[in-house]
Write a protein that binds this ligand. Structure first.
Ligand SMILES: Cc1cc2nc3c(=O)[nH]c(=O)nc-3n(C[C@H](O)[C@H](O)[C@H](O)COP(=O)(O)OP(=O)(O)OC[C@H]3O[C@@H](n4cnc5c(N)ncnc54)[C@H](O)[C@@H]3O)c2cc1C
Length: 449
């Protein structure tokens, strides 16, 4: 404790106030840590991060990097004895180079703020998690966050060119480059993206920006059932059309949004797709999309009114908060090949019938990324069997446990089933190369031996 006191005394911003510690130790997963962390350090510069990590490595103390704490898999959870390293005050956009279409940012920049700053130059930051209004770029990088327009423009990893990272031994590592191409050395940038704070603390990033599309067209379509809706996704892909957003909501989710916001989405159909096209040919492409949708949808609406489209996107972003109003939830994040989406929604319905557990499903359908949200009801059936069955279903269909939220704490039990022994062994060894003392977010993302 004396040593810790000496560390904190030398740092500009930190807290050991129990309320601050309680806030710093949790994320949006609803999981509860085993106690309060020891301290929260609010980094004000790279040096604070280097000193904190080096101290932790020397004393074998766990360090949990933290952005906005909006993660939903327990990745930022910090319990007894840990130091939380909060990066949210490192929130400056250092540079936007419009002609190179890149931005240099600190990790605590809010995702939507970067997008808005890029917009002043006719550019945008493409990855747009539904949490963009409050998540940080550092957290997005650590989880390889996806979003609504990732179906056309890629996930966070596709947008990151270079990183500044403090490794577990307190060294500052620079990875990648600011050119659009480059293969010198191993691709440590890609390795670090999605590593959930277990290999290094991101203290800076250079990211790609893209032109704001010339035009955007939006359609909504209602279907008689979930299977028919997701089959339309496969047909859209097969036609070579490239929607920039392709989101699915099932009937239970539509009803939850209606209950939260008022509205009659659930009365219009049993399943819903939200589709956007963009670019110079947005209208023409949308006309072709509508032709495909009309063959099986019971209702298709189109709109080129930006305000109406923004309202629809906002409605989609309300899906999770609307379900969370109903009680404690487990937020799942499985991905299947898009050709198996119909089998996935059938499988989820089978699990609901077999277990009696309530599951609400919405999906970044164009990516095959389903979010089955499992409701944990005090007087309801136990959910463990349903969750096991969901993961088994994803793997059986050639899919994966997590598309964008990360393994965190909550998905570790299923890790070995997907990765296998050889991969797990190599991943553990990679962890020990970056973090020899094993202090960076221990117990998250990959299981220790
Ligand atoms: C309503 C809602 C909607 C959401 N929608 C989406 C969505 O559409 N797509 C999606 O991908 N996610 C979504 N999420 C999940 C969450 O917002 C993302 O995982 C986001 O990337 C987390 O960012 P954060 O800044 O809150 O990170 P945190 O929650 O603070 O941390 C997440 C992980 O990153 C690590 N970390 C944070 N900062 C750093 C850093 N600088 N260096 C190293 N490691 C770090 C943490 O240790 C932790 O493991 C949603 C969450 C909510 C609540």
């Amino acid at each position: 404790v004396t040593d810790l006191g000496a560390l904190l005394d030398g740092l500009p911003a930190w807290s050991t106030d129990p309320e601050a510690l309680a806030r710093a130790g949790v994320d949006r997963s609803g999981a509860i840590p085993d106690g309060l962390p020891t301290a929260v350090v609010y980094a004000t510069g790279t040096d604070d991060v280097v000193r904190t990590v080096a101290f932790a490595a020397e004393h074998g103390i766990p360090v949990v990097p933290r952005g906005a704490g909006s993660g939903v898999s327990g990745g930022a959870l910090a319990g007894t004895g840990a130091i939380v390293l909060d990066l949210s005050r490192l929130n400056r956009i250092l540079e936007i180079r419009p002609d190179d279409a890149i931005a240099v940012v600190q990790p605590g920049v809010i995702t939507a703020d970067l997008d808005a700053a890029a917009a002043e130059h006719g550019l945008r930051y493409a990855p747009d998690p539904a949490s963009a209004a409050f998540s940080t770029i550092g957290g997005n990088i650590a989880t390889n966050a996806g979003g609504l327009r990732c179906v056309k423009y890629g996930v966070t990893r596709d947008a990151v060119l270079a990183l500044d990272v403090v490794t577990g031994d307190g060294r500052l590592l620079r990875t990648g480059r600011t050119t659009l191409k480059g293969v010198t050395g191993y691709d440590l940038t890609s390795l670090l993206v999605g590593s959930e704070g277990t290999l290094g603390v991101v203290v800076g990033a250079t990211v790609k920006l893209l032109p704001v599309p010339r035009a955007t067209a939006t359609a909504t379509a209602y279907f008689p059932d979930a299977r028919t809706a997701v089959e339309a996704v496969t047909r859209l892909r097969r036609t070579g059309l490239r929607p920039s957003t392709l989101e699915f909501l099932d009937h239970a989710t539509l009803a939850a949004i209606d209950a939260a916001q008022g509205g009659d989405l659930a009365a219009r159909g049993r399943a819903f797709l939200l589709v956007q096209t963009d670019g110079y040919g947005a209208e023409e492409e949308m006309a072709a999309v509508v032709e495909v949708l009309k063959t099986t949808a019971t209702l298709v609406d189109t709109s080129d009114d930006t305000a109406a489209a923004d309202r629809l996107l906002a409605t989609r972003r309300q899906a999770l908060p609307a379900i969370e109003r109903l009680g404690r939830v487990l937020i799942e994040d499985v991905v299947v090949p898009t050709t198996r989406l119909a089998d996935a929604v059938d499988g989820i319905e089978r699990i609901v019938r077999a277990t009696g557990v309530r599951i609400f499903t919405f999906a970044h359908a164009g990516d095959g990324n389903l979010h089955p949200i499992v409701l944990v009801e005090d007087d309801g059936p136990p959910v463990g069997e349903a969750v096991d069955a969901l993961f088994a279903l994803a793997l059986e269909l050639g899919g994966t446990l997590t598309g964008e939220h990360g393994v965190g704490l909550l998905k570790r039990d299923w890790l070995a089933a997907e990765l296998g022994d050889v991969s797990l062994d190599l991943q553990r060894r990679i962890k020990s190369v970056f973090d020899p003392a094993g202090v960076l977010n221990p117990g998250k993302a990959i299981t220790e031996r």
